[in-house]
Design a protein around this ligand. Structure first.
Ligand SMILES: C[S@@+](CC[C@H](N)C(=O)[O-])C[C@H]1O[C@@H](n2cnc3c(N)ncnc32)[C@H](O)[C@@H]1O
Length: 251
């Protein structure tokens, strides 16, 4: 009896593995899979067309270190989309090491982001800290709330003569708030400003997320150059950073 049960168990395991393999084959053949392949090819073509020497990185830290070296000495530093503070704390630490005494302002609702594709409302499976701010380094200021409700007031209340922006990291992961913040920050951009897009290229719908927001704002009112791209092993999303080379009047 025990021998029979053991055999049944083994057979079940075998069929489970076969089913998994078949599913993988089917997935590889699906239309969505083809869309992903095309999206990756288009990303490669885009990068091919917009290259500068030494601009491809496989490690986030190397990519960010390159950007940090290029940040103008004067101007505001922002991160839009902070979540647990991983990227903002890295930036803060590196600036500290460089002796750069500027603060970095991080904007987040800490309530997660809406669905990336389809659906509506907040997707609980996406980064969501239920409104709780993460622990950050002393040179980071967090501004909690939907950016559509916090950014304009923040800028109005800032007691600075020069409110120009030197660097911003955009990591909301969706089109709407990215477009909003790019529109809002256009008047504060200056030549040499660095804009770091967390997921500009690489995934199925990249053309309608950060890339679309960038082209509808920066693409219309500025000249810019791509200075760095980063693709890591664990994700198909590609980070991309640009430098503003010229600004045109917005109205
Ligand atoms: C991908 S996470 C940021 C990850 C972070 N930069 C890191 O490297 O760990 C995106 C964040 O954007 C925030 N977010 C999305 N839409 C927002 C909005 N309209 N206003 C404020 N925060 C928003 C979410 O709460 C979420 O924490």
């Amino acid at each position: 009896m025990a021998k029979y049960l053991n055999m049944t168990k083994q057979l079940n395991g075998f069929f489970k593995r076969v089913n998994k393999l078949t599913q993988r084959e089917l997935d590889a053949d699906s239309t969505f899979h083809q869309v992903e392949r095309i999206a990756r090819i288009k990303s490669a073509e885009y990068i091919w067309e917009h290259m500068t020497p030494g601009c491809l990185y496989n490690r986030e830290q190397d990519y960010w270190n390159d950007l940090i070296k290029r940040i103008p000495a004067r101007g505001l530093l922002f991160e839009f989309g902070v979540y647990k503070g991983r990227s903002i704390n890295y930036l803060a630490e590196q600036l500290n090491k460089k002796g750069d005494r500027r603060r970095i302002y991080g904007f987040d609702s800490f309530m997660g982001r809406p669905h990336k594709t389809g659906g509506s409302g907040t997707d609980a499976s996406k980064p969501n800290l239920k409104g709780v701010k993460p622990v950050v380094l002393p040179n980071v200021n967090l501004i909690k709330g939907r950016v559509e409700e916090t950014f304009a007031t923040f800028m109005d209340n800032l007691k600075l003569k020069d409110k120009s922006i030197a660097y911003m990291h955009l990591d909301f992961g969706v089109y709407e708030p990215t477009k909003y913040i790019l529109e809002q920050t256009l008047p504060y951009l200056k030549k040499g400003a660095i804009i770091d897009f967390d997921e500009l290229l690489g995934y199925a719908d990249w053309k309608v997320n950060e890339y679309k927001a960038m082209m509808e704002t920066i693409g219309r009112y500025c000249d810019f150059e791509h200075i760095a791209y980063c693709e890591t092993e664990n994700s198909s999303d590609i980070k991309a950073a640009i430098i503003i080379t010229r600004l045109y009047p917005t109205h």
